[in-house]
Design a protein around this ligand. Sequence first.
Ligand code: ACO
Length: 214
Amino acid sequence: MPATGRHPGWPARLGPIRVPAGRLELRKPKLTDAAAWSRVRLADRRHLESWEPTAPGTWEDRNGTLSWPAQWSALRGLARRGMSLPFVILVDGRLAGQVTVGNVVRGSLCSAWVGYWVSSRLTSGGVATAAVALVVDHCFAAAGLHRLEATVRPENVPSLRVLEKLGFRKEGVFQRYLDVDGAWRDHLCFALTAEEIPNGLVSRLVATGRAHID
Ligand code: ACO
């Protein structure tokens, strides 16, 4: 599908799709997500902190309700400039995580990175796999991108499994790539280009019984 509009593919609602954890949808973040977002993030510090970029301030400061307006505004600003496609994941109507497409570069690159997290209350229920599948399909269709990259710490077994299930191709190691959890960490780089999935990822998940369209 040809990319159209000022910032193709944004804003967008993706899904619904059914996975073992429940009925999954993605939409743009809202200012009113503050309480739900903060509740999950504060409860999930141990689950999330080892995998997220190091940032100033305490976990509580960065993830309290009062920090959301600034984060939401930053996400919205990047999306409005066409540099990012930020989504919140809803499972059975409740905020369950985020998928962010960042560093969108157009022209002869048409590339971006994708990152994600899911509430510990729902892990291993197929949420991240289906959410990223919806986002990848959207990026390669309506958003007009050609390549998506995901970088993961080699120790992050669940995230590696998500990328494996989706068929991301391993490209190599980025040494001391990102400051995560207080140190420069090696990351494995995975990528997909649009030609690799002519029928999309969601259709593959449905065909293999990992997801269902209601
Ligand atoms: N060892 C081996 N496999 C595991 C383990 C483990 N300890 N824990 C989970 N898995 C498997 C699950 O069984 C499942 O595989 P299966 O479907 O073959 O059974 C797979 O890992 C997880 O798949 P999903 O259920 O689709 O993913 P989930 O919704 O649980 O989310 C995620 C995975 C996003 C990695 C979640 O654990 C999370 O938020 N972790 C913390 C933040 C994080 O690591 N984010 C990713 C950073 S890297 C990036 O963004 C590119």
